[in-house]
Design a protein around this ligand. Structure first.
Ligand code: ATP
Ligand code: MG
Length: 311
């Protein structure tokens, strides 16, 4: 279990709303996951699918209705483990009259970090998140992107091993999203484990090693991003210089349509089952066509997400 940073078994949360007439909401339904040290894991899902509930359970902000979980090898709620977590919540409320430096200094003192060590860490963290130059400017004058990076900086003051990030780039423009992503990649290089909740599929695709898709509290898919995106037994071939004779021969193996325009005369791009690949390549080579690429066919994360949610 040493290398497993987060583990849940049957973790379930049912909210009960109302005093007289009670309504039950099953927010998380028997979640089983294991996240390894150094991994960047993305928990994806539509609104209301249970992502924030999962984080709140891992943080021991709320108690499970059923099941159990471990963080950094300790049972949920263990203080020692909590001290090694950094949490960026969905909505950050920062004291706008403080500067980023003062904010981090305040948070560091809450962790009981000595003043000299705090100073050393603050300079390093502000540099990492790209706020060194604005360190002594009040947060009230920060842009949304800068505020989000300040919030992220705050989560790093205790030098956490595990980062729980809830929709960290929501509402940011493409540049702001990229700046945040760059920081995540640097944190990953430092060996930290990142647990990211998001519905921004492109972001997950760019930084996650593994993803899980939640739908109505149930984990409907989990796996390595590469494995999920690669279609089994399907290959994509791209070739050019396809003349009429080659076209006819290929059509006997698989139905194709050649794209003809001025730039790409006789360009072929097909996805086919892997057992046909050798035959197609033989035809292309014997007719002097130029093979540009042969690659496993990839699906988009959006297709996988929609499939998981619709199923
Ligand atoms: N405190 C609460 N009391 C009652 N129901 C709640 C509470 N918090 C969340 N829920 C319900 O639990 C379900 C899961 O909510 P949760 O906030 O975990 O979803 P989410 O995936 O984080 O959604 P979003 O993408 O909108 O942030 C929803 O149906 C929500 O209405
Ligand atoms: Mg949420």
């Amino acid at each position: 279990m040493a290398d497993i940073v987060v583990k849940t078994v049957n973790l379930t949360k049912e909210y009960v709303i109302g005093i007289r007439k009670k309504t039950r909401v099953l927010a998380l339904d028997h979640l089983d996951i294991e996240i390894n040290k150094g991994e960047t894991f993305g928990l994806l899902g539509p609104n209301g699918s249970g992502k924030t509930t999962t984080l709140k359970l891992l943080l021991d902000f709320i108690s499970p209705s059923q099941g159990q979980g471990w963080v950094l090898g300790k049972r949920l709620g263990n203080i020692e483990a909590k001290n090694r977590i950094g949490y960026l919540s969905e909505v950050s409320y920062l004291y706008s009259y403080l500067t980023a430096w003062e904010l981090l200094d305040f948070c560091g003192s809450l962790f009981g970090i000595a003043s000299i060590e705090r100073k050393r860490r603050i300079d390093k963290i502000l540099d990492l998140v790209g706020l060194a130059e604005k360190a002594h400017v009040r947060l009230s004058s920060y842009s949304k992107g800068m505020l989000q990076r300040a919030a992220l900086a705050q989560t790093l003051i205790n030098d956490p091993d595990l980062l729980l990030l809830d929709e960290p780039t929501s509402g940011l423009d493409p540049i702001g999203q990229r700046e945040m992503r760059d920081v995540f990649l640097k944190l990953r290089e430092q060996g930290k484990t990142l647990f990211l909740c998001s519905h921004q599929l492109s972001e997950a695709e760019l930084i996650c090693d593994r993803i899980g898709i939640l739908h109505k509290g149930r984990l409907s898919k989990i796996g390595k991003l590469d494995d999920l995106l690669t279609m089994k037994h399907a290959v994509k071939i791209k070739a050019t210089n396809i003349d009429k004779e080659t076209n006819d021969k290929l059509n006997k193996i698989i139905e194709i349509s050649i794209v003809e325009d001025e730039a790409d005369k006789g360009m072929l791009e097909i996805s086919l089952d892997e057992h046909l690949v050798n035959d197609v390549i033989d035809v292309l080579r014997s007719n002097n066509s130029r093979i540009l690429s042969i690659m496993p066919t990839k699906r988009s994360l959006e297709e996988i997400f929609v499939e998981a949610v619709e199923n």
